[in-house]
Design a protein around this ligand. Structure first.
Ligand code: ASP
Length: 306
């Protein structure tokens, strides 16, 4: 069997007119590093789970993306991060919500899956698990990025003036990865700072299994990015798998339907990346762009933005 891997670094209003060549090159390089981190695992016969976690860690470490270092701020100027993993071979899953401290929230989500009998942990106990697992922590300086701070001030200013943004996509980000390994197993991982100026305590779709993250060897692995509330209400990720299972749709048909019809027609700007049990990859989005990359066994990686 061959392997396949896809990653995303968020979707939204990514206009070529706002992009400098330097910025574009930096995004390309960050995405390429993440594809390479995940592919290195798969090339050696490693598991889809190891691959998606490696790829997401690379994106979390990259301040350009809204996850880990580079996460957006809540309305109170703090970071609250959500992350999830799901293993398609067993349907085991782990997630955390509203955490601050661990450098790589995706590793904590994996620890929830592997070291507890639960699927989702929040609050102090999640951080105790991170410490017990030996995960590295970082402070507020590490997670601070000027551009996210400026975006928060801009959003709060608009709120104060009673202005409503006509662009639902301007607040987004999120990173994720999906993979099929050479043993035929699927996995998905997603990590995010959420939405700029979100209410403290708000939980998005990322750590909700079936909304922003899903994997099942029978059908597909999915990681989403976009307006989380809509992804939750339409159970976007598991809906793609359900359409394949019950309607016999291909991965591409199912993903296209959910992203364009379910999400796109309901204020759910964003996109998803998905891989099916045959190793096919699809990456539809309903906004201007989505930072994304993919690679299949024996082919050269592809990185795209628009
Ligand atoms: N889906 C994320 C959330 O709502 C944000 C994003 O992907 O842009 O938390």
């Amino acid at each position: 069997m061959t392997y396949s891997l896809a990653i995303h670094g968020g979707a939204g209003t990514i206009l070529k007119s706002n992009m400098t060549p330097e910025k574009e090159a930096a995004y390309h390089a960050g995405l390429a590093r993440a594809v390479e981190a995940g592919e290195a695992v798969l090339r050696e016969g490693g598991s889809a789970m190891d691959a998606v976690v490696a790829a997401v860690c690379a994106l979390e470490d990259e301040p350009l993306f809204n996850a880990g270092r580079g996460a957006v701020f809540t309305s109170e100027g703090k970071h609250e991060m959500d992350a999830a993993v799901m293993d398609g071979s067993s349907r085991r899953a782990g997630s955390v919500a509203g955490v601050f401290g661990p450098r790589n929230p995706v590793k904590l989500a994996r620890a929830v899956m592997e070291r507890t009998e639960h699927v989702t942990l929040i609050g102090p106990n999640a951080l105790i698990l991170a410490k017990d697992t030996g995960l590295p922590f970082a402070d507020t300086d590490y997670f601070f990025t000027q551009s996210r701070w400026d975006a928060l001030q801009e959003t709060l200013g608009m709120r104060e003036r009673g202005e409503v943004s006509d662009d639902p996509a301007r607040r987004h980000g999120t990173v994720g990865a999906v993979a099929r390994d050479i043993h035929g197993n699927l996995a998905a991982a997603t990590s995010t700072g959420g939405m700029t100026a979100k209410a403290p305590g708000r939980v998005g779709d990322t750590p909700m299994i079936g909304a922003g993250t899903f994997a099942d060897n029978q059908t597909c692995a999915v990681s989403g990015t976009g307006h989380g509330e809509v992804f939750i209400r339409w159970t976007a990720a598991s809906e793609i798998a359900a359409r394949m299972r019950h309607r016999g749709e291909t991965l591409e048909q199912a993903a296209e339907y959910v992203v364009i019809n379910d999400l796109g027609n309901n204020d759910g700007s964003g996109g998803i990346i998905a891989v099916d049990c045959d190793g096919n990859i699809t990456m539809p989005f309903n906004c201007e762009g989505m930072y994304r990359g993919s690679v299949r066994d024996g082919s050269t990686p592809e990185i795209k933005i628009y």
